[in-house]
Design a protein around this ligand. Structure first.
Ligand code: LCS
Length: 393
């Protein structure tokens, strides 16, 4: 089917459809590790790239391919590569563009392991990394070097909700001949398309909004062109970390309702952010939908909606935060985000515990910061839950 003129709500349902032999309305699960060759010559031709087809599931599989094409369509990209996890996707981007003697500029506030893997492992292989507040364009420019090969940003960032100007950073990166990769997990392709703003690569932990039901872990990279796509696919094929067909099927099932879930969750989040902002026990709230967000004007320009992630700190600091997390009943105390159920967690002791306290504070990840992933429950029930728990803080 020609997808070119379809709007987002149609694309999320139909992109990636397969023309299978029985006319299946959904993408079948090709639960196979390998594919029979027609004959020896066909096997040779497939390996030489002289013929298109499937060889072995790490290299490619129709169910996984359907997901890759679906997300590539939603991100307005050239093509996609799916991974076993978001971290496998992050590392494929690092491995494709970093090497001994190369330098990466990374947002100071990113998902903890996306940063600590650079500090802990890539430095061992002679890669240099600089972490800056990428919302500060002068800081980005100041960090660039002749050997900067990659600029890696998250916007909005986990967990500070710091927002980076993708278009401006793309320009800086390209002036230095570097590639810009954007982790778009928090925004989703429904609210933001980094490739349309000049990024070279967009990636997701599909564990979050894209799958949306807190029942699988997965990742995907979408590229703007064939060369970049080939570089990322080659890493996936060489290092492994491929997605599994069942994971791909679950993710395809989840993505069909992405816009509906994000719309409802962000409506809830807006009301919750306003509720928190006026609550006497709350010190501050960081939410892209609030006028008080430092990059509010940029958010309106760059995103089609504020999303459903909120960071806030209580006046009682971390002790009050712990009391809150221990007393919510409907909201689940758990890491991860972007599912239909609301989740609350404490980055300094959980998702970002691998960072030094000094690095955390420099990245604005304060000891008392609490992160809330707002789900699609009834907003009055969510506010009532927060209200009863805040009363104990
Ligand atoms: N990128 C972002 C922005 C993330 O939030 C995560 C995971 C990843 C990449 C890695 O993806 P994964 O391998 O887990 O699929 N974020 C998590 C979080 O905030 N809590 O638990 C996991």
């Amino acid at each position: 089917m020609n997808l070119d003129n379809l709007k987002f709500d149609s694309l999320q349902v139909h992109a990636g459809e397969l023309d299978d032999q029985f006319g299946s309305a959904t993408v079948p699960i090709y639960q196979t590790s390998t594919f029979r060759f027609r004959d020896a010559e066909a096997g040779r031709r497939l390996f030489m790239g002289e013929e298109q087809g499937y060889i072995y599931t790490r290299i490619g599989n129709p169910t996984i391919r359907a997901l890759e094409q679906a997300i590539a369509a939603l991100e307005h990209g050239h093509d996609g590569v799916a991974f076993s996890s978001g971290m496998a996707a992050v590392n494929a981007v690092y491995l494709a563009f970093l090497a001994h003697g190369k330098h990466v500029v990374c947002s100071a506030s990113v998902y903890g392991p996306s940063r600590t893997v650079l500090e802990k492992y890539y430095t061992q292989f002679g890669v240099e990394a600089t972490f800056v507040h990428t919302s500060d364009l002068e800081a980005v420019r100041g960090a660039m070097r002749d050997n900067t090969a990659l600029v890696y940003i998250e916007t909005p960032a986990n967990p500070t909700m710091e927002v980076t100007d993708i278009e401006a950073v793309a320009q800086i990166a390209h002036e230095y001949g570097a590639v810009l990769a954007v982790d778009n997990t928090f925004a989703t392709p429904y609210l933001q398309n980094p490739l349309l703003l000049g990024a070279d690569i967009v990636l997701h932990s599909v564990t979050k909004y894209i799958n949306g039901h807190a029942d699988i872990v997965g990742g995907i990279v979408v590229t703007k062109d064939e060369q970049t796509y080939k570089a990322v696919r080659s890493v996936m094929v060489s290092f492994g970390g491929n997605m599994d067909p069942h994971q791909a099927y679950m993710t395809l099932r989840g993505v069909k309702t992405l816009s509906l879930r994000v719309e409802k969750a962000q409506q809830n989040a807006m009301k919750i952010a306003r509720f928190l902002e006026q609550h006497p026990k709350v010190e501050w709230v960081k939410y892209p939908g609030l006028e008080s967000h430092p990059q509010y004007e940029l958010i309106k320009k760059q995103m089609r909606g504020p999303g459903a992630m909120i960071s806030f700190e209580l006046k009682g600091g971390i002790e009050a935060g712990k009391t809150l997390m221990d007393n919510v009943k409907l909201i689940i105390l758990a890491v991860s985000l972007g599912g239909v159920e609301s989740l609350i967690q404490h980055p300094a002791s959980m998702t970002h515990a691998g960072m030094s306290r000094e690095a955390r504070l420099k990245a604005d990840i304060t000891d008392g910061l609490v992160r809330l992933s707002v789900g699609i429950e009834d907003v009055d029930d969510l506010i009532a839950d927060l209200e009863q728990a805040l009363a104990k803080c």
